[in-house]
Design a protein around this ligand. Sequence first.
Ligand SMILES: NC(=O)c1ccc[n+]([C@@H]2O[C@H](COP(=O)([O-])OP(=O)(O)OC[C@H]3O[C@@H](n4cnc5c(N)ncnc54)[C@H](O)[C@@H]3O)[C@@H](O)[C@H]2O)c1
Length: 341
Amino acid sequence: MKTGVIGLRMGKAHLTGYEQNPDTEPYGICDTDEERLRITQKEFNIPFATNDYRKLLEIKDIEIISVATPDYYHRQQCVDALFAGKHVLCEKPLALNIDDCIEIARAVKKSGKKFMVGQVCRFAPGFVLTKEIIESGEIGELFFVESEYAHDYRAAEGVGKWRKDKRRKPFIGGGCHAVDLLRWIAGDPVEVFAYSNHRCLDDWPVDDATLAIYRFEKDVMGKVFCSIGCIRPYTMRSVFYGTKGTIVSDNTSNQILLCSTRYFKTKSNYDFVKIPVRIISHNVHAEINYFVGCLLNNKTIEMDVIEGTKTVAACLAAVISSEENRKVNIREELFGKFENL
Ligand SMILES: NC(=O)c1ccc[n+]([C@@H]2O[C@H](COP(=O)([O-])OP(=O)(O)OC[C@H]3O[C@@H](n4cnc5c(N)ncnc54)[C@H](O)[C@@H]3O)[C@@H](O)[C@H]2O)c1
C-alpha cells in the first residue's frame, strides 16, 4: 500500500515505519516547512512532496495517510483524509476537545475507512509485558494504578511554538499518554478530581503540572501526575497494585519490577523480581506494523476513534476539575456526549 505522511517531525518516525514494513511504501509527504519537506523527500526518496496536504489527498494511489501535525490540525486533516477515501493513522492526542473528536468519529463512520489513534505507549515493550502479567492474574485484582508523564518542555515548544498555546493543555497533550495507559490496563475512569499549578514554566500560558485522582470501574483507584516543566529525565513511571502483588514499570527503564505472592510468601522476604525489557519509549515501528496488519487482515483496530475520544475525555475531565475545583463525573459529563455515535 502506498502511504502519505502529513507533518514531518514526528511523522518521520511514521515514514521509517512505512519504509520498513514489507507491505507499505512511503509515496507522498507534506510539510509547510519547505526546507524540511525537501530534505525529507531526498532522505527517503519520496516521489511526491507538497506543502498543501489537500494535494496529497488527491493522489488516488495513496491508501494510507498519517496525520502528524500539531494537535489543532488533526480534526480537519483527518476528516478530509477520510472523505478522500484514505485509511488514517492520527498522532495522539486525537484532538484537544470533544467536539473535534466527535467530528472525526462521524467522518470515520460515514467514510467507512479504518482509523487509528497513535497512542504509542500501548506498544512500549515494558507496558505490553505489564499488561500481559496483569491479565495472567499474577498480581490478583487491581485496586490502585498510577502513572506519570514527567517531561521538560523548555526546548520542545514545537515548530512555530504551537505547544506554547493556551488551547494546548499539557494534561491532554502529554498527560494523555499516562491516562491512556491506565485506561488500557484498568478500564474506563468514572470520575476525577484534579489540582494543577504553574510553578516551572513562567513564560508558558498554561498550568505546567497537574495531579489527577481517578476512580475507575470495578473499584480501582488511580492517580496521574503530569508535568511539562520538571527537572529530571523523561519518565512514565507507572505502578500497578493488585491484591496479590505489585508491578513497577516505565517506558524508559530496561526492566519491570514485580513483587507477588507467588515469589515471596512472607513479608520478611518481600523483594522485586527484575524482568528485563527493551527500552523503546516511542515504538512507532510496532504501531505502524499493527495498523497495517489490521488493514490487510480486515481486523478491528483496538485504538479506534472512540478509544481516542475516551482518552481525550478522561484528560479533559481532569482539566475541568482543576479549573473549576470540583469533582467531574466523566461518564455523565463527557462520555455521554458520544455514547450514541
Ligand atoms: N506519539 C508520541 O509520543 C508523540 C511525540 C511527539 C509528538 N507527538 C504528536 O505528533 C504531532 C506533531 O508533533 P511534533 O512534535 O512532530 O511537532 P513539531 O512542531 O516538531 O513538528 C510539526 C511538523 O508539522 C509541520 N506542520 C505544521 N503545520 C502543518 C500543516 N498545516 N500542514 C503540514 N505540515 C504542517 C511543521 O512544519 C513541522 O515540520 C502532535 O500531534 C504531537 O502531539 C506524538
